[in-house]
Design a protein around this ligand. Structure first.
Ligand code: ADP
Ligand code: UDP
Length: 237
């Protein structure tokens, strides 16, 4: 596999072409952003930690029959993935109220959500990722009703697999964001699953172990990501 030109540099990862049009290389950088990119800092080891963390989770999801873009680890901070045509919609499942749900609806943080709730957001930094719904996604052609139904079903299947995994490690999976894309017309989970894109609390103390440590200036951000990884069996090399 030959690494070719950089196609895109996002806020946390860079995407490279390869000699295979169906494959890309994702480079996990140390850059960490919050508040729509208004705050950016490089956190030492984050690229490596999230690359390994993501590989581990994608493996677990694949084992559970969820189609993912992940192919193989390439280096400490790079992996090979399927080249997806990304759908510009973020799928969020919440098991416990936190973050924007608390801010926009005025509900109490920490309240268990029964049943877990599902939201769609448009992936658009300039517009601050506004909340959308199936009707808007269909009308504006961001995704078809069939694609949306499949993305929703897969996002809830991920919840069953990962809630149990984190529970075994003494943690609560509060919420998370997934992105999907099309590979030869088929819906496949893309992007990453790491503590950058989910909320994880210690089950006993409810200590925050995810990117909220960065957002809220709590310190020990990467140490917490590593702690989460150790508790679920990620091999950090
Ligand atoms: P952001 O877009 O939020 O700045 P990143 O820095 O993580 O995020 O950038 C990674 C980019 O790569 C995102 O735009 C994401 O949608 C895209 N991406 C992730 N996985 C794939 C894939 N398998 N194929 C094509 N693009 C992908
Ligand atoms: N999330 C993300 N990227 C985004 C928006 C949200 O990874 O662009 C994740 C976030 O880390 C959390 C979940 O999705 O785990 C729900 O986020 P929320 O809507 O509460 O937004 P926030 O307040 O975190 O911006």
């Amino acid at each position: 596999m030959e690494k070719r030109q950089e196609l895109f540099a996002g806020k946390a990862k860079s995407v490279y072409a390869t000699d295979d049009p169906d494959r890309l290389i994702l480079h996990f950088r140390n850059d960490t952003s919050a508040f729509d990119g208004r705050r950016v800092e490089a956190l030492e080891r984050k690229g490596q930690v999230n690359n390994r963390f993501n590989a581990f989770i994608m493996g677990k999801l694949q084992e559970a029959g969820i189609p993912t873009h992940f192919e193989s680890l390439l280096s400490d901070d790079e992996c090979v993935v399927k080249n997806l045509e990304m759908i510009p919609v973020e799928c969020v499942v919440r098991n416990i109220a936190a973050g924007s749900l608390v801010k926009t609806l005025g509900v109490e943080e920490g309240q268990t959500l029964t049943p877990p709730t599902f939201q769609l957001f448009l992936k658009n930094d300039e517009l601050h990722d506004p909340m959308i719904n199936e009707s808007l996604a269909e009308t504006f052609g961001w995704a078809t009703p069939e694609q949306l139904a499949e993305m929703k079903a897969l996002t809830f299947r991920v919840n069953e697999v990962l809630k149990a995994l984190f529970e075994e490690g003494g943690m609560l999976l509060v919420d998370y964001k997934l992105e999907f894309g099309l590979f030869h017309g088929k819906i496949v989970l893309g992007d990453e699953f790491s503590p950058d894109g989910c909320r994880l609390w210690d089950a006993k103390t409810r200590e925050k172990l995810d990117k909220d440590r960065f957002r809220q200036g709590l310190g020990n951000v990467i140490e917490s990501y590593e702690e989460v990884g150790r508790r679920i069996g990620v091999d950090f090399g």
